[in-house]
Structures are given as structure tokens and as C-alpha cells.
Design a protein around this ligand. Structure first.
Ligand code: PHE
Length: 346
């Protein structure tokens, strides 16, 4: 009886082990190995069944029945697993297992491009001073880009802007100044206080200081009794909001056909505080924009009576402003899409 009991236990253990190993079987190939091991001629179960006839007669039925039942159970389990695996093979989606306990991938968050960031900062500084944003087209006509800005055909000043022409009369704007005419024609005879941000294009060799495409922000104020002092006040305010409360600006005489008088505006170098360094080329000053009083002819082209109205205009390059602020020495970095550069300004 004791030996009989041991035999039954052995069969039960064998069944348990075989079934738990069956759960690990993930392919039809390994399933076949399992079958050979568990139910094949050399399996433990078959060995046991062979020894039954050596047992005393009265013990044979119990062991025989038990081992047959086990065999049947293992065969059924085998068939069931085979069916499952065949289904998996046909349906690849079922094969994909989702382990919800694995740590997730961090979601890559984008951020605003440096040009967008600085454009928005410029816009909000001027918004505080009552300037609205006005939009002009990037594809312009020769008329708006040059002619109405007091540069008729063959005017030598056109050489200041190397132009990408689309046809004889259509071009990619070389500056945001044509927006001055568009704004004046839209607002006339109301007073104006607008900035015009946008992309500009120049047919230029790409270097660390010049790109074919870049942004500009134009500013325009038109009204009665607007003077150069207003321009200076607005630009000082801008310089200090953008670069810190200690900044000073200075005007240098210059020439643009659409402003009279014209100035170029420098700010004291924020790197060396004016004492001279490589950023300001030892002068203590860095150029930040071009500006001037709107030329009477341009006011007239915009529809305003230049005897009654006056105005100022300025144009700055936000990439340049950004470079000054963060000490960047190559404008090409802006449009190279190099994440190592862009991520520094997230
Ligand atoms: N449009 C000029 C440029 O691109 C800048 C400017 C704008 C100068 C407005 C005067 C007034 O260089």
C-alpha cells in the first residue's frame, strides 16, 4: 500500500510539473518538444505505465486508472495549447503583449523657436506702449518694396537690398518697410502705432552674420506733432525692457530713402557695459536697428498730408537682438534645426 501511495504521488507531481511547464511554452516548436518529453516513449509517464504489470495484481487498477487519467489530461492540455498557439501565429496582434508595469517613454515636449520667443517678447514690449501688430505679405511687389518707399526704378539705394525677384514686378520682400505703406493706406487718416513682424528674404551669401531668410520687426507711428524725441523715447524704453534697466542708446546719422532724417541706433554693449570687448569690437556700442522720421513722400504715398502729419519708423532684426542678448555669434544656428542649439532656449 505504501509503495502504491508513493506511485500515485509521483504521477500527481509529474502532472503538476508538466502543466506548469506547458504555460511557458510560447511556440509550436517548443510545444512539440514538450509533447515528446511529457508524453513520448521515453517520458516518465510511459516508464511508470510500463512498470504497472510488475505490481501486485490488486494494486494495478488504481495506478493504471490514475496514470491513464493523467495521460488524457496532459493530452487535452496539449491540444488546447496547440490551438491557442496556432491562433497566435495567424493573428500577429495577439502576439503583441502589453506590459503595463513597464516604465513609460517620456513624452517629448516641443518648445517655441528662439525667433518666435524673441518676436513675442518684442511684441509684448511694444504692446505696453500701445503698438498694435499689423501684418504684411512676404511676397511683395516692386511698387511696395521700393517705389512707394521713395526708391524709383534704377534708384541706386536699391543696391542696399539684394533682392530675390519672382518676376519683373513681384519679389520676396527684402525688409518689412513695405508694410508701412500698407498700414498707412489701411489706417489713413487715423493716427497709427503699429509694429509689423515677419520674414524677409535677401539674395545674399550665407555667413555667420547674414542669412537668406530672417525676421524683421518694423515699427511705425504716424500722427500730429510726432518728433525724433518720440522715436528716441520709444527706443530707449524698448532697449531697457529688452536688455535691462541700465541700457543707453545713441543715434548715429545714416541714410534710408524712406526716412528723413535717418539714423542708426546703437545700444551700449551689455557684455562689457561700454568699456570695449570683442562683441562691440572695442567700441562700447552695438548696432541694434535702423530708423528715422517717415519721409514726406512716403507719408503722401500712404495717403497722409505731410504738412499736417509726421511719423517715425524703425526696423530691427529679432535674430540679431536675440544674438546680442544671449551672446550667440552665428545667425545660421537659427534655421539649422540643430536640437542641441534649440534646446538651450526651451
Ligand atoms: N528697412 C530698413 C532695413 O531693412 C530698416 C529701416 C526701417 C530703416 C524703418 C528706417 C526705417 O535696413
Amino acid at each position: 500500500m505504501g509503495e502504491n501511495h508513493l506511485m500515485l504521488k509521483r504521477i500527481a507531481r509529474l502532472e503538476d510539473e508538466a502543466l506548469s511547464r506547458l504555460k511557458e511554452v510560447k511556440s509550436l516548436e517548443t510545444l512539440n518538444d514538450w509533447r515528446i518529453q511529457v508524453l513520448g516513449k521515453k517520458s516518465e509517464l510511459v516508464m511508470i505505465q510500463r512498470t504497472i504489470r510488475e505490481l501486485p495484481i490488486k494494486e494495478r487498477p488504481a495506478i493504471g486508472q490514475h496514470s491513464n487519467r493523467t495521460r488524457k489530461q496532459l493530452e487535452d492540455a496539449f491540444e488546447k495549447r496547440k490551438e491557442e498557439l496556432e491562433k497566435l501565429r495567424l493573428d500577429p496582434l495577439l502576439k503583441e503583449q502589453l506590459d503595463v508595469t513597464l516604465p513609460g517613454w517620456p513624452v517629448g515636449l516641443g518648445s517655441l523657436h528662439p525667433s518666435t520667443q524673441v518676436l513675442r517678447e518684442i511684441q509684448s514690449i511694444f504692446a505696453e506702449m500701445g503698438f498694435q501688430v499689423f501684418d504684411g505679405p512676404e511676397i511683395e511687389t516692386d511698387l511696395y518694396n521700393f517705389e512707394l518707399l521713395n526708391m524709383p526704378a534704377n534708384h541706386p539705394a536699391r543696391d542696399m537690398w539684394d533682392t530675390l525677384y519672382i518676376s519683373d514686378t513681384v519679389l520676396l520682400r527684402t525688409h518689412t518697410s513695405p508694410g508701412q505703406i500698407r498700414a498707412m493706406r489701411a489706417f489713413c487718416p487715423q493716427p497709427i502705432r503699429v509694429i509689423l513682424p515677419g520674414k524677409c528674404y535677401r539674395y545674399e551669401a550665407i555667413t555667420s552674420r547674414s542669412e537668406v531668410m530672417f525676421h524683421q520687426v518694423e515699427g511705425l507711428a504716424v500722427g500730429k506733432r510726432i518728433t525724433l524725441a518720440d522715436l528716441k523715447g520709444v527706443l530707449v524704453e524698448f532697449g531697457r525692457k529688452m536688455f535691462g534697466p541700465k541700457r543707453e542708446i545713441r543715434f548715429r546719422c545714416s541714410h534710408f530713402p524712406f526716412t528723413e532724417p535717418s539714423v542708426e541706433v546703437d545700444m551700449d554693449c551689455l557684455v562689457c557695459e561700454g568699456s570695449g570687448c570683442s562683441v562691440c569690437k572695442q567700441t562700447g556700442w552695438v548696432e541694434i536697428l535702423g530708423a528715422g522720421m517717415v519721409h514726406p513722400k512716403v507719408l503722401e504715398n500712404g495717403g497722409y498730408d505731410s504738412e499736417i502729419f509726421s511719423g517715425f519708423a524703425f526696423g530691427m532684426g529679432p535674430e540679431r537682438i536675440f544674438m546680442l542678448k544671449y551672446g550667440i555669434d552665428d545667425i545660421r544656428l537659427f534655421f539649422r534645426n540643430d536640437l542641441r542649439f534649440l534646446r538651450q532656449f526651451e
